[in-house]
Design a protein around this ligand. Sequence first.
Ligand code: BG6
Ligand code: MG
Length: 220
Amino acid sequence: MKTIGVIFDLDGVIVDTAKYHFLAWKSLADNLGFEFTEAHNELLKGVSRVRSLEILLDIGNLELSEEKKQEYLISKNEHYLKYITQMGSEEILPGVISLLDNLDGLNIEYVLGSASKNAPLILKQVGLFDRFKGIVDGNSVSSAKPDPEVFLIGAQKLSLPPENCIVFEDAIAGVEAANRANMTSIGIGDAETLNEADYNYNNLTELPQNFFNMFLAEKV
Ligand code: BG6
Ligand code: MG
C-alpha cells in the first residue's frame, strides 16, 4: 500500500476568512480614497500580505513610501485581528471535520500549508490546531505561493516525497504551487477558475467517501 499525506490550505478551504480580509482591506482603501470591491478581493486570495498591499495600491493607482507601506500593513492586520479573535468552531467550513475524521481513520497524516502569518491563531480560534501534524505558514517561508516552498516544507513535515502528497487549495496561486511541487492538486471552488487542478470540487462535502482509497491502492 502507498503512504500518502495531505496538505491543507487554510483560508478558503478550512475557514472563510476572505470576508474579514475584505473588510480590513476595504477600510484601508476607503481611508486612502478609492474603491475596493469584492471582485478586487478575489485577486488577493492565496497571496501574501505584502503582495496583497501592492495589488491594492495598484488598484488605487497609488505609490507609497516603504515606511507608509509598513504602517498600513500593521494597521490592516490589527483591523483583521479584531474579526479573527471573534472566530469560533462554527466558522469551520462544511465537510472539514468529516474529512479530517476520515483521514484519521485511514491513518493518513495531514499538515497545514498556508500563506497566512495568522494561521496558528486562526486554527486555535476554531479548535483545530492540535489536529495537524505540522503547520507551515507565512512565517516559515521565504517565497510565497505560487512558489512551491510552502508545500515542499509540508512534505518534509510529513516525511513524504512530494508526489505522495495531496493538496487542497482554493486559490489559483495555491494550485500552481502544488503543481509546481509535483503534488496532486485538488481545487476547492469554481472549477473554471481552478482549471489547473488535478481534481475539482465546489466544496469539501462533494469529495467522494472513498476518495483516498484509490491513492492508497496505487503501487509505487
Ligand atoms: C492567505 C489568504 O491564506 O493568507 C490571503 O488567502 C492573505 O488573502 C494571506 O493575504 C496572508 O494572510 P495574513 O493573515 O498573513 O495577512
Ligand atoms: Mg486559500
